[in-house]
Design a protein around this ligand. Structure first.
Ligand SMILES: NC(=O)c1ccc[n+]([C@@H]2O[C@H](COP(=O)([O-])OP(=O)(O)OC[C@H]3O[C@@H](n4cnc5c(N)ncnc54)[C@H](O)[C@@H]3O)[C@@H](O)[C@H]2O)c1
Ligand SMILES: [Zn+2]
Ligand SMILES: [Zn+2]
Length: 367
């Protein structure tokens, strides 16, 4: 079948809208008619060349859609089912999968790094030339063929635009707070970067009952979003030193938990420095591959600090995404406040330019 898709031919060049051939699902695969793809910064890292990815490739890893057809042996979904793509494919059998940490599965890493299906081939063609998948799901295509393991059936009556936000931004941000840091009620939290991921770390902190929630960004509009999602205080790091400002707000001590949701060495070091004794700093932001951060080793020892990373909200996506749907329905999880704009697929480069200008909390491109 033919479909329109946004194709990256080379890092540093704009995405091009192309007619692509989308091959039918093979055994154990599903073809999804995408409803929307989420505009996440991780795709932008690839577009800029900060994250390596073989090209040509169809990006997009956050999104929602409707199952178009299924390959042999598929049992968890059927045509017409509404689904959220899961951007880390998992084998279901390794120690990470069976240990409840499917995002760490080596099969998912291989699919992400090669841009190929687990069998080493691709389901996209342009004039006969193979085009790679992104994270096995390529949500910036009207049609996308993906492994069955990469789709989660969701309730038919759940709005597909809200569903599209859950698959990366929401689960990554909320999950870093709930699953990785296990933030305790009454504690203090700072979140560096109030974009799609950081805003969800803020709302995760609000949901679990953190008392002081400090949003840090360099764009005032982002700080307004932060307050809507649950920040009790905000700091514009372009106007004042965020570490000093956080210390001031916490009686000179620093916060119990800091989250970095940007992906810069400087802000990772700031987030670590902003934690108090026995504090925990969680890095969610993705940096360029060659980046190193400087941590004072003795400070780590004498203050008993912890520095950790969190991938995909350290979550079990197939369980946690359904919980997030119920959380939205109960009014506890805010999604309407997150969805700032939608764009047609043709305007995807403009959607990413707006993300870079700091204009949106989260936006979607509609297939
Ligand atoms: N760990 C994971 O599983 C995972 C998943 C998805 C995304 N990510 C990564 O998380 C990061 C954030 O993604 P996003 O989609 O929210 O991006 P985004 O562009 O929406 O948000 C980044 C925010 O950081 C702010 N910022 C930039 N420089 C700053 C500075 N010096 N101090 C304070 N704020 C600053 C920007 O104004 C923006 O609001 C990216 O690196 C992305 O690749 C990680
Ligand atoms: Zn596995
Ligand atoms: Zn993402």
């Amino acid at each position: 079948m033919r479909a329109k898709a946004a194709v990256l031919y080379e890092a540093g060049t704009p995405l091009r809208i192309e007619e692509v051939e989308v091959l039918p699902p093979q055994r154990g695969e599903v073809q999804v008619r995408m409803y929307a793809g989420g505009v996440c910064h991780s795709d932008l890292h690839v577009m800029k060349g900060d994250l390596y990815m073989p090209t040509p490739v169809i990006l997009g890893h956050e999104g929602s859609g409707i199952v178009e057809q299924v390959g042999e042996g598929v049992t968890s979904v059927q045509p017409g089912d509404h689904v959220i793509p899961i951007w880390r494919v998992s084998c279901g059998a390794c120690e990470y999968c069976t240990g409840g940490r499917p995002a760490l599965c080596d099969v998912g890493t291989q699919v992400r790094v090669t841009g190929l299906m687990p069998d080493g081939t691709t389901r996209f063609r342009i004039n006969g030339t193979p085009v790679r998948h992104f994270a096995g799901v390529s949500t910036f295509s009207q049609l996308s063929t993906m492994p069955e393991a990469a789709v989660l059936k969701i309730p038919q009556d759940f709005p597909l635009d809200k569903a599209a936000l859950l698959g990366c931004g929401v689960i990554t941000g909320v999950g870093a707070v709930v699953n990785a840091a296990k933030v305790r009620m009454g504690s203090s939290v700072a979140v560096f970067g109030c974009g799609g991921i950081g805003l969800n770390a803020i709302q995760g902190a609000r949901i679990v009952g953190a008392l002081t929630i400090i949003g840090v960004d360099v764009v005032d509009r982002k700080l307004e979003y932060a307050r809507k999602l649950g920040a009790t205080h905000t700091i514009n790091a372009a106007q004042q030193d965020p570490v000093e400002a956080i210390k001031e707000l916490t009686g000179g001590k620093g916060v119990d938990y800091a989250f970095e949701a940007i992906g810069l060495p400087k802000t990772i070091e700031q987030a670590y420095a902003a934690t108090r004794k026995m504090g925990l700093c969680v890095v969610i932001g993705v940096t360029r591959a060659d980046v190193r951060v400087g941590i004072n080793a003795n400070e780590m020892v004498y203050a008993e600090k912890t520095l950790m990373g969190s991938l995909y909200g350290s979550s079990r996506p197939k369980i946690d995404l359904l919980k997030l749907i119920d959380m939205y329905r109960s009014g506890k999880l805010l999604l309407d406040e997150l969805l700032t704009r939608t764009y047609p697929l043709e305007q995807i480069n403009e959607a990413y330019a707006a993300l870079e200008r700091g204009e949106v909390a989260r936006s979607l491109v509609l297939a």
